[in-house]
Write a protein that binds this ligand. Structure first.
Ligand SMILES: Nc1ncnc2c1ncn2[C@@H]1O[C@H](COP(=O)(O)OP(=O)(O)O)[C@@H](O)[C@H]1O
Ligand SMILES: O=C(O)C1=C[C@@H](OP(=O)(O)O)[C@@H](O)[C@H](O)C1
Ligand SMILES: [Mg+2]
Length: 173
């Protein structure tokens, strides 16, 4: 039973492409953030504000481990930080996992993040000028974990979500 797992930085398209891909493949879709929000009955922002990031990371590991060790088949979109904590990156190499890193160029990430910072606690208080510096360093620090994926798709502004899904389907052949 294969599990298709989407990995990448905030705004790389994991949630949107995961949803579209699951419909295309007629597979169940899960998003780690949504699973956590449902379990805790709070938004990600509320969890960070009221319980702190360590609580979030512990819950994120629990939810991810539970899903990835099940015998189900699905499309799972991770959060940008999921592979970077609690040795979660080791799950990306499991035999029944098809892990795919959506490697989006930094300028494209920045433009997308500027539009929707409010729902991302790690950057919601950053100015647009601070964003580029923060994202560039953060992505550098995290690239080791993202690169544990079995496959990488390179994305810039010329690739629509549908183009990305086409590339994913070629990987799945
Ligand atoms: N290939 C793409 N081209 C342009 N915009 C995209 C693409 N993929 C996703 N987006 C947009 O980027 C934003 C972030 O997408 P989202 O799925 O929330 O990313 P993530 O879950 O990785 O944080 C959304 O506004 C989405 O519509
Ligand atoms: O990069 C991160 O550490 C995070 C990414 C978010 O998910 P998206 O990548 O879907 O925005 C969410 O899990 C939380 O805000 C932390
Ligand atoms: Mg998401």
């Amino acid at each position: 039973m294969k599990k298709i797992v989407l990995v990448g930085y905030m705004a790389s398209g994991k949630t949107e492409i995961g949803k579209l891909l699951s419909k295309k493949l007629d597979l169940p879709f899960f998003d780690i953030d949504h699973l956590i929000e449902n379990e805790v009955s709070k938004t990600v922002n509320e969890i960070f504000d009221e319980k702190g990031e360590i609580f979030f990371r512990k819950k994120e590991h629990e939810v991810f481990a539970n899903k990835i060790n099940s015998d189900e088949t699905f499309v799972l979109s991770l959060g940008g930080g999921t592979p970077c904590y609690a040795n979660n990156h080791l799950f990306l190499q499991k035999e029944d996992v098809i892990s795919i890193y959506l490697n989006v160029k930094i300028p494209s990430l920045i433009e997308r993040l500027k539009i929707n910072k409010a729902n991302r606690p790690l950057i919601k208080d950053l100015s647009d000028d601070e964003l580029t510096e923060f994202v560039s360093k953060h992505l550098f620090d995290r690239s080791f974990y993202y690169n544990q994926c079995k496959h990488t798709i390179f994305i810039d502004d010329t690739k629509s979500p549908f183009d990305v899904i086409e590339e994913i389907q070629k990987i799945l052949l």
